[in-house]
Design a protein around this ligand. Structure first.
Ligand code: ADP
Length: 499
């Protein structure tokens, strides 16, 4: 019998990838393309949605073309950069403008006006989110108001909105399906995560006509068929989740209290809270981790803007590292407790501070401070920021936050053993690195495999998770708390007075 594969599409912020998985969840073939970032103005970030689609189509064709027959691909799973907003014409399939990327801050004033008008608390209760330009809702309204004639066309039902998953589904199905999944919907500020529906009052507040919204489905569901004339074979699309949720699934964090943290450019930590929608009082986000068979599992999410990007900055701007991996040997050589702290608030601070006006600082230097201490402070800054997130989770959950539960990690930075040991020391909990570190695409493949019946259950998938290495805490709790206190003092020095 011919080998069978699941095709995972991982559409990220800087590159698109396609990966073929066998039915045991092992990656077999992959292809990747980077694409241009568009920066029209300070604080604005755009993507050409058409370019993204063409790349994805070509990558899929390349992998499918390399097989004996397209029939070997049994299904497609999609995972995507979240919140990035596309509006297109339903008739022509043409985007009305470039996509507005999640990093784009152009709707900051609009969000501030909504906050000042007192809308934050009811919006947070329904969406789990903060009124921040990061999310899709205000981006959709911006496009409708700034592209000539767009609002009138949207109200006449001529336009469709989607995050990148919807945009890809639309194109893969030749315009037959306009749908998204619950995780992507939960990042729009328009979706009521308690009731599981688009919310008319939120749509009114954000001035988004309900007619542009896609249909919301489970993460493992029927999203239509990628047509023969598009990919060279008829292949069902049957799994969809936003990138961080897909990584949570790839890490098989299926029980309440399980959590994962992804260390790429930034860092995203998600804690499974089961069927409980915990509303954060510490500026974390409440989000849908996954929805399967109509059952919603929620997560608390914290994000850090500068994780691996801090190491990149040390490498490229300070020029004291030849490669990111060199940070490990330097950190090993550095004096412990040197008192040097790098607060990488280069673009403000994310959770739990959400201070867009904070700026970076390197403090506590003496005449003994050298390159190793700075490299070490850069790695430690990522551990400290993770501890900030864990403290916020603890404050939100109280007793329900499992004190000793391990943190599963993935992303480019987890190649650094010194960093993971420091992280375990500072958190006072085990840090676990899996064998398969491409968890995002894996999560999308898992969802498709579940829908198709190749994987029987979440439990089935859990047993496939394999550990590469566990890092146990090796620091006294006194010592870790003392150095964390000093970090908090360093952060207090960079927060803006608006915070
Ligand atoms: P993304 O998916 O966000 O592009 P990746 O998961 O590929 O990111 O991770 C790349 C990031 O990891 C870079 O910012 C890089 O600085 C960091 N990185 C890679 N290897 C190491 C290492 N050995 N030590 C520290 N940081 C590293």
């Amino acid at each position: 019998m011919a080998q069978k594969y699941i095709l995972a599409i991982d559409q990220g912020t800087t590159s698109s990838r396609a990966i073929l998985y066998d039915l045991d969840g092992r990656p077999c073939q992959s292809a990747q393309r980077e694409f241009p970032q568009v920066f029209p103005k300070e604080g604005w970030v755009e993507h050409d949605a058409r370019h993204i689609w063409q790349d994805v189509r070509d990558l899929c064709r390349e992998l499918i073309g390399g097989l004996g027959s397209g029939d070997e691909v049994v299904g497609i799973g999609i995972t995507n950069q979240r919140e990035t907003t596309v509006v297109w014409d339903r008739k022509t399939g043409e985007p009305i403008a470039n996509a507005i990327v999640w990093q784009d801050r152009r709707t900051a004033d609009r969000c501030q006006t909504l906050q000042e008008a007192g809308h934050q608390s009811w919006v947070q209760e329904r969406t789990g989110l903060l009124l921040d330009p990061y999310f899709s809702g205000t981006k959709v309204a911006w496009l409708l108001d700034h592209v000539e004639g767009a609002r009138v066309r949207a109200e006449a039902g001529e336009l469709a909105f989607g995050t990148i998953d919807s945009w890809l589904i639309w194109n893969l199905t030749g315009g037959k399906v306009h749908a998204t999944d619950a995780t992507n919907a939960s990042r729009t500020l328009l979706y009521n995560i308690a009731d599981g529906r688009w919310d008319e009052e939120l749509a009114d507040l954000l001035e988004v006509p309900m007619g542009v919204l896609p249909e919301v489905r489970n993460c493992a569901d029927d999203f239509g068929v990628a047509a023969d004339d598009v990919l060279g074979a008829n292949i069902p699309i049957c799994g969809v989740a936003g990138d961080q949720q897909a990584a949570t699934i790839g890490q098989t964090c299926f029980a309440p209290g399980m959590m994962k943290s992804t260390y790429g450019t930034g860092c995203f930590a998600l804690l499974n809270t089961g069927g409980t929608q915990v509303i954060s009082t510490n500026k974390l986000l409440t989000t849908i981790a996954y929805q399967i068979g109509g059952d919603v599992t929620y997560a608390l999410e914290g994000s850090i803007f500068m994780a691996g990007a801090t190491i990149q900055w040390v490498r490229d701007k300070l020029g004291i590292l030849k490669s990111a991996s060199e940070s490990q040997a330097l950190a090993e050589a550095a004096a412990a407790d040197s008192g040097v702290f790098l607060v990488p608030a280069f673009t403000g601070l994310g959770a739990p501070y959400w201070d867009p006006h904070a700026r970076g600082a390197l403090i506590g230097m003496t005449r003994d401070t050298g390159i190793p201490e700075i490299a070490r402070a850069a790695l430690e800054s990522v551990s400290y920021q993770t501890r900030d997130l864990m403290e916020a989770m603890m404050a939100d959950l109280g007793e329900a936050f499992p004190a000793q539960a391990p943190l599963r990690v993935d992303g480019g930075m987890v190649a650094n053993d010194w960093f993971l040991q420091d992280l375990a020391n500072l958190l006072g909990r085990p840090v676990e690195r899996p064998k398969q570190q491409e968890t995002t695409a894996l999560g999308a493949a898992y969802l498709a495999g579940l829908q198709l019946g190749y994987f029987n259950s979440l439990e089935d998938l859990s047993s496939a998770w394999e550990m590469d290495r566990q890092f146990e805490p090796q620091e006294s709790s006194d010592h870790r708390d003392r150095r964390y206190e000093r970090w908090r003092v360093a952060v207090a020095r960079v927060l803006s007075d608006k915070n």
